[in-house]
Design a protein around this ligand. Sequence first.
Ligand code: GLP
Length: 256
Amino acid sequence: MIIHILPDADRLGALAARHIEVALLGVADPVLGVATGSSPEPVYEALTARATAGTFRVERLRAFALDEYVGLPEDHPERYRNVLLRAFADPLGVPADRVAVPGGAGADPSAAAAEYERAIQRAGGIDLQLLGIGRNGHIGFNEPGSDFRSATRVVELAPSTRAANARFFADIDEVPRHSISQGLGTIMRARAAVLIASGAEKAAAVAEALTGPVSTELPASVLQRHPRLSVYLDGDAAGLLDLSFLGSISVVHDWR
Ligand code: GLP
């Protein structure tokens, strides 16, 4: 694991985008796992700049979303398919049909989840998965208690997750109660993972995930077992990391 600590979210986005570009260089048909939430926005902005400059090539890129709400109408602006088209695919010039998102609007979400897992396998697996982290340590929508071997499935959102995501909706009652999420097993099968977090409200989850016990109670802690994990944090999100006891973890303070 390599942890990069940056002064602010923009610098974090710039370096995480450079990391993604370099990691996918030389992959003939790259498959990128994409996340929603506020954290990835600076990464997508920096990736867009790199695509515009011609260094990040998107012609053969395919993307797979981490998760999707169950039950939002297809035209709802907070449906993750729509969020990802707006924040990621359209600015980068990735055609919509090369962005896969679990089918949360259909009649049978469980079948859609199983089909999504198969679609990832058919694509040859995910080369690099971009991840944010929830305040309770969730990744994707894998809430505390999720099985480390879990596949893409329907999950019930924790009350704290619905409360955190209420900012995107007019009212908390509008926040869906279920989602389809890549499982922790799915995420761990990605050939590389990049975890990003900014802000003091993530500091406790980040410290627990990276240096606490590996436990299903803190789902992101499973990432300690990922063979190719890179972490990009701003100073606030890194605030509770005890840098003197990190053992084999490399820490890079990149303040330039
Ligand atoms: C959401 C998403 C996660 C995301 C997390 C943190 O619920 N399902 O994939 O990582 O919450 O979001 P943010 O980056 O907005 O804090």
